[in-house]
Design a protein. Structure first.
Length: 250
């Protein structure tokens, strides 16, 4: 082999070796930097006594969710605003939203529990003349209000991930004269899920099965969850959230 050709091959080999040793580590380092970027999360919880945490005394499912989120490597700190109010019905939720626009505007995740008191309103108003049709009529009005409230939330905050938690049935022991209550709760949840599915970046979380035949998850009033019940709700919410990457944002 002549000297010019030998010199040319040596230069090529050195050049290739240099390129391979500098490019790969840089790419790995950049990927690692992209993966490890813990961020702050702003979470707003709206709704009734379940969001307030009645029956627990420690903040209910909202407190558990905060703990689960802060254990994630991609989350630095969770700023939680709990706007839950015992007895809140869907017709009152709009005012809560409008009175807290500034907080909702900053939210990355919005959690909602609503509807249980709407069901109770039917029971109390027509206790001696309850029919399945009464619940259907009330659910339709509830669904219409829910749709308007989701539109309002989207007007205030286009990017937040909205999570609607379904109803469970605590009525069986309190109202044994309404054997159709499981069917009513199922119908109500189906309607709510259909409404929220019309919007992007939303999630419906069913929890009815967590309470079926389980007195150990209810508080002494046999209506609200106890600490264990709220923990199960939070676990289910977080389990569903983990199925989607988009909720964490950017």
């Amino acid at each position: 082999m002549n000297k010019p050709l030998l010199l040319f091959l040596c230069v090529c080999l050195v050049g290739c070796s240099s390129t391979s040793t500098t490019t790969v580590p840089t790419t790995i380092q950049e990927n690692e930097q992209e993966q490890i970027k813990p961020r702050d999360l702003h979470v707003v919880a709206l709704g009734d006594s379940l969001t307030e945490g009645v029956g627990d005394g420690k903040g209910g499912y909202v407190t558990f969710i905060k703990q689960y989120l802060e254990q994630r490597e991609d989350v630095n700190e969770v700023f939680m605003k709990n706007l839950g109010k015992r007895g809140l019905r869907s017709e009152q939720l709009t005012d809560v939203i409008m009175n807290n626009e500034s907080v909702i505007r900053k939210a990355d995740v919005i959690l909602i529990t609503i509807g249980g008191n709407d069901v109770m309103k039917v029971v109390r108003s027509h206790f001696l003349s309850l029919t399945y049709e009464l619940f259907v009529k009330e659910q339709q009005m509830f669904a219409s209000r829910l749709d308007e409230q989701l539109q309002l939330l989207r007007h205030i905050n286009q990017d937040a991930y909205i999570v609607l938690i379904g109803l469970y049935n605590p009525f069986s022991s309190a109202f044994p004269n309404i054997p159709e209550m499981d069917e009513i709760i199922h119908m109500w949840n189906e309607g709510s899920e259909e409404v929220i599915s019309r919007y992007d970046r939303t999630l419906f979380v069913p929890i009815a099965d967590l309470f079926e035949g389980r007195d150990d998850v209810l508080y002494d009033d046999q209506f609200h969850p106890n600490t264990h019940g709220y923990e199960r709700i939070a676990q289910r919410i977080y389990e569903y959230l983990q199925k989607y990457d988009e909720w964490i944002g950017e």
